[in-house]
Design a protein around this ligand. Structure first.
Ligand SMILES: [Zn+2]
Length: 176
C-alpha cells in the first residue's frame, strides 16, 4: 500500500476515534521519561527565548541517559513515527482533547502499533536530529489543535501559546 493511502487510512481511523471518544477521554499526565522529575529539565525550558531557528522553545527538554525508555504521556493514536531533519527520530500522537503529543530526538522508536495507552513505551531517549552533539534528551511538545485564545500573551510569539501548551503545568496537573 502506498504511503499516502496508509496516512489517509490512519486519518480516517483518527476521525472515527475522535467521534467515538472525542473530548471525553480522560487525559493522563505522565512524565514521559522513566525516572524523570523536576531536576531533569531547566525550569524555564518552556518558551525559552531566544532559541535558535524556532525563536522560542515550544516544549520541554527532559535530560536523561541515552537509552532511557520514553513512555506515552497520554494514550492515543500514532499519526507519525519516523525521521525528521530537526526532530530526528520522532513519534507524533493524537491524544484526548484534540491534543498532539510530539516526542523528538529519540535514539530508537519502539513498536509499530497504531494505538498506545498511557505509559506504553514508544522509544528511547537519544540525541537524533538537531540534538546531535548535545546531551541526550527528550523534546516533548503538547499542542492543542483547538485554539485556547485566553492563553495568548505578550511573550515573543506569545500568540502561539493558544496552541503550544506548557508541559510542565500539564505534568503538575495545572488545569489547561
Ligand atoms: Zn527541545
Amino acid at each position: 500500500m502506498s504511503r499516502i493511502r496508509i496516512v489517509v487510512r490512519r486519518l480516517l481511523l483518527v476521525v472515527v476515534a475522535v467521534l467515538v471518544a472525542g473530548l471525553f477521554l480522560p487525559e493522563s499526565r505522565q512524565i514521559p521519561v522513566v525516572g524523570a522529575g523536576s531536576g531533569d529539565w531547566h525550569p524555564d525550558t518552556f518558551w525559552y527565548y531566544p532559541w535558535g531557528r524556532s525563536g522560542v522553545h515550544k516544549g520541554v527538554d527532559i535530560f536523561a541517559i541515552k537509552g532511557t525508555p520514553v513512555l506515552a504521556s497520554s494514550g492515543g493514536v500514532v499519526l507519525f513515527r519516523g525521521e525528521l531533519a530537526r526532530g530526528g527520530r520522532v513519534v507524533l500522537m493524537l491524544g484526548p482533547k484534540w491534543r498532539l503529543h510530539y516526542y523528538a530526538h529519540l535514539d530508537q522508536t519502539v513498536g509499530n502499533g497504531l494505538w498506545l495507552a498511557e505509559g506504553d513505551q514508544l522509544g528511547t531517549v537519544g540525541d537524533s536530529g538537531n540534538a546531535a552533539g548535545k546531551p541526550p534528551h527528550l523534546h516533548y511538545s503538547l499542542v492543542s489543535l483547538l485554539p485556547l485564545i485566553w492563553k495568548a500573551d505578550g511573550a515573543p510569539q506569545g500568540w502561539k501559546k493558544m496552541f503550544y501548551l506548557d508541559p510542565l503545568r500539564h505534568f503538575a496537573g495545572g488545569g489547561q
